[in-house]
Each structure stands twice: as C-alpha cells, then as structure tokens.
Design a protein around this ligand. Structure first.
Ligand SMILES: [Zn+2]
Length: 232
C-alpha cells in the first residue's frame, strides 16, 4: 500500500515505458508532441461519425500512459496527454473551438475519483490557448441513463447500447470538437455527435489521443484503422 502511494506521489519509473526516472520520460513525452496521425476511420466506420482525428495508435507507451492517467490517477500525466490531445484537435483547423468531453458515467467517475476526459479537455484547451488558438472546455453532454460496459460488445451491440444514452446541454457556443482519450468503434462519438447536434450545437469533428486498431483477421489484410485519404 505504501509503495502504491509513494508511486502516486513520486513515480520512480516512466508510466509509458517503465524506464527508471520521472513519471514520464523524454521519449514518451516526445511521442505526445506529435506529429499527429491525422484523420482516422474505424473499420467499419459507423454512420454519423464526424471527421475524427487521433494523435497515435492505441498501443505501446501511449496505451500505458492513458491507462495510468484514467485508472491509476497519475494526474501528472494530464498536462502532457492534454497537449497530445490538442495536437489531434489541431488536425481540424486553428479556428476558435469548444472542446466537449465524452462524459463518463457518474459511477465510473466516483470509482476512479476523477473525470479523466474532462481533465484532458481542460488541459488540451489550455495547450491550444498557449499556441494562440481560442479554446475552452465545456460539458455539453450528459448521460441520460446508465449503459452496459462496452467491452466485449460487437459494433451493432454497442450502437444499441448507446442509443439515446446522451443528451446535449448548455448554451450553443460555436464550433465544437468532441474529445475523448481513446476511440474503439466510434459508436460513442456517433452518439455524442447526435446528441450535440440535436441540442443545436455545431460539431466540427472529434479528436482522441489514441485510436484502437482492431487486429485484422488475416495478417495479409491491411490494418483496419488507416489515416483517411485526402478528400475521402
Ligand atoms: Zn517512457
């Protein structure tokens, strides 16, 4: 227990690659500074998914960093991960932007002790402002009901599970980019976009730190998650 607490206060290894030293080593830090992967598309791409950008594929150090931030409360990672998210947001342009996090369930927020997506949205907005981009984070989405854990559900089951699970809230404030730490099938981002649009918000796109690439059935097939083609 003491070791766990000490590790939270004074991490002795990098949360991304476990090299001894500070909580985030220079090479993992550099990964978060970009360049961003760009526009990505889950395969299959769910109908209603807005243009989606990602900083990195969800594996290796960035996967461990995001899990350490979300599940282990490594809050010293919020700022560098937020900077990474800002780099993904910039794929959608440099106009003024409102970053709306995908809300976690109240139960998940209680269990984790923090709202990781809101933290990342605030940190990303700060990083964008420091680069001269007018940005703010705002809770424009609220859960309407509890949903089942998405893990293990098929694409179709996820869509059914999430149907009308969110509602848009808050005053309409301009160009919105929906943000989250990770995208898997895109079903949550579709529901977020639907709810925001229904409430009158203008969704310019979605941005995540990392995009899951589901393992192809055959190694000869192209990876299922690819940067979107120019104009496609
Ligand atoms: Zn590292």
């Amino acid at each position: 227990m003491l070791a766990v607490l000490l590790d939270l206060v004074l991490p002795r290894v990098c949360a991304g690659c476990a090299v001894p030293g500070p909580g985030l080593c220079l090479s993992c830090r550099a990964l978060l500074r970009g360049p961003a992967l760009g526009l990505v598309r889950p395969q299959p791409c769910p109908p209603g998914l807005p243009p989606l950008s990602a900083l990195l594929p969800y594996d290796g150090p960035v996967q461990r960093l995001l899990l350490a931030h979300k599940e282990k409360g490594r809050l010293q990672l919020t700022a560098p991960l937020g900077e990474g998210l800002a780099n993904a947001v910039l794929v959608h342009g440099q106009e003024a932007v409102v970053l709306c996090p995908v809300p976690s369930s109240p139960k998940a927020v209680r269990q984790r002790g923090h709202d990781h997506a809101m933290r990342l949205a605030r940190a990303a907005a700060g990083a964008l402002r420091s680069h001269g981009v007018e940005a703010q984070a705002a809770r424009l989405l609220a859960p309407t009901r509890s949903v089942a854990d998405q893990a293990g559900l098929s694409t179709r089951q996820r869509a059914a599970n999430l149907h009308a699970a969110l509602r848009g809230t808050g005053a309409v404030r301009g160009r919105v980019v929906v943000v989250d730490d990770v995208v898997t099938t895109g079903a949550t981002l579709v529901e977020a976009t639907r709810a925001l649009t229904a409430a009158g918000h203008v969704v310019a796109g979605a941005a995540v730190v990392a995009a899951t690439s589901r393992r192809p059935a055959s190694p000869r097939r192209a990876p299922p998650l690819l940067p979107a083609q120019e104009g496609g």
